[in-house]
Design a protein around this ligand. Sequence first.
Ligand code: NDP
Length: 248
Amino acid sequence: MVSIQDQIVLVTGASSGIGAACARAFAQTGAKLVLTARRFDRLQQLAQTLEQEFKTQIYPLQLDVCDRSQVEGVLKALPEPWQAVDILINNAGLSRGLDKVHQGSVQDWEEMIDTNIKGLLYMTRLLVPGMVDRGRGHIINIGSIAGHQAYPGGAVYCATKAAVRTLSAGLKMDLLGTPVRVSEIDPGIVETEFSQVRFHGDTERAKRVYESTTPLTADDIAEVVVFCTTRPPHVNVSEIVVLATDQA
Ligand code: NDP
């Protein structure tokens, strides 16, 4: 295991679920963290807790990854010592609805495409040039098993995650010859706020998603993310699929 102490890790979607778990897991490595999401109060609370618990340095930053001009302003918004981001965790993402394509909401589709694909691209475009210039960097894209197999009502979400998978593979090709690594982590079912968001706050429907299975926890995924970033520099973990044991 290679130390990433004092490296700067930026996590998108750190206000809940897998992103918040990544923040906690990285805080224990001694890395410095830039935590981003739209719900700033949550980020501040998490930052305070982790700073106290692990004596780590954290910079919470409110950020909507769909807002291109906000993303383009991120480096200016960060104090100079925080700008040299070494590790980008492209985690912000969501699913909306579980509808057949011919009956689905165009607004839901746009939200998924804007967040899962365009948001990830904006962040990557912003931070990878600095990594190449500094000769060190790692991008971790959180995809999904949904990027490997479509399921009924999930066509648009699955398509966004298939796009993430292709973007990870393409970015890896683009960065050949540089020391910058690209990893794709594809989780199966993880119990987070994901289902609540999918069903627009219908908590009862969200709970039922986890009834017939023992889902993964956000920590299960965060552990894998940290594993990828702590391999020796010549090792690139390209892709990992993590499923719940009882998930088909
Ligand atoms: P959560 O709903 O718990 O977390 C999603 C995070 O994304 C939140 O922190 C949210 O923050 C953030 N986010 C959403 N939209 C935006 C935006 N426009 N700008 C910035 N941040 C945003 O779900 P998960 O933790 O489960 O999801 C994390 C990732 O894991 C997603 O990419 C998801 O697709 C993927 N995934 C999840 C699985 C699951 O079963 N849970 C399975 C496979 C993959 P805020 O609202 O504060 O902005």
